[in-house]
Write a protein that binds this ligand. Sequence first.
Ligand SMILES: C[S@@+](CC[C@H](N)C(=O)[O-])C[C@H]1O[C@@H](n2cnc3c(N)ncnc32)[C@H](O)[C@@H]1O
Length: 300
Amino acid sequence: MDNKLDKNPDFEVLLNYLKQSSGYDFTGYKRGSLMRRFQHRMRQLAIENYQNYLQYLQAHSEECAFLFNTILINCSEFFRNSDYWDYLANNIIPQIIISKQPNEKIRVWSAGCATGQEVYTIIMLLAEVLGIEQYLQRVQIFATDIDEDALKQARKASYSHHEVASIHNKLLSKYFEQTEEHYIFCSKLLRTIVFGHHDLVRDAPMSKIDLLVCRNVLIYLKAETIATVLVRFHFALRDRGFLFLGKAEGLTNGSKIFIPISLKYRIFAKGEDLTLQDYLRIKPQIRNPVENNSLKFQPS
Ligand SMILES: C[S@@+](CC[C@H](N)C(=O)[O-])C[C@H]1O[C@@H](n2cnc3c(N)ncnc32)[C@H](O)[C@@H]1O
């Protein structure tokens, strides 16, 4: 289905225009769902075809922001698929802790963190195992997303009653301060997080990561785009680092750069070294990490 849709030339012109004019590159996203998102936005504007929408984008510079809000789906939940998080907490986090010296930082990257629920889920799990004092001394979290609006929400760390419903009462009262309308995540723990704008498809990855959590992001990408993102993830992880994907995501391209630890719970360990072919996949696109990260990253 995707192949057929890939052949809509007007849509491809539109994607290339956005790539050149906004720097956002959606050419590596699956066409079916991407086109549906564009059409949703076009219906709101009563625009019937991609050519007319391109003209509209060219004439209205503010439209890009509205479009991105429609394309980038930020839905998230605390402890989404809780049995997956249980597996991580019981089987993987202890391994990570044992593998580190007490004075060595444990580095975690939540890639595609959306509005922050995933980040705070990871923090609660680590703090429960390590204790809060040890957590503060030993853990560094990087939380990134391509969507600035979602990052703003994530930094606020403020959630409605409805949003915190999936958090166990004991954790909720320990890690959140309740105000009249919201629950706000413990400010002391926020200082271990560095939030930043980061495009998984284009930007240079983090480094020396022990646990890379990237859930429900790869589902939107085409197979060849996923392959380049996985090479970046391999770069990012330290030896024996772990990759935790979403329930609907797997690594099926036969690559040995990740080894399944639990196929059921979507957990993989860093595997074989990258080949020259892997390096060539990403080399032309990697930009200077200083240029990318130091300008865009902000501590919470
Ligand atoms: C459905 S949410 C997943 C949120 C969270 N990981 C979870 O599973 O609850 C997908 C997120 O991926 C982000 N995203 C999409 N493309 C991205 C890219 N190229 N680089 C970084 N983040 C991206 C979106 O902005 C959105 O916040």
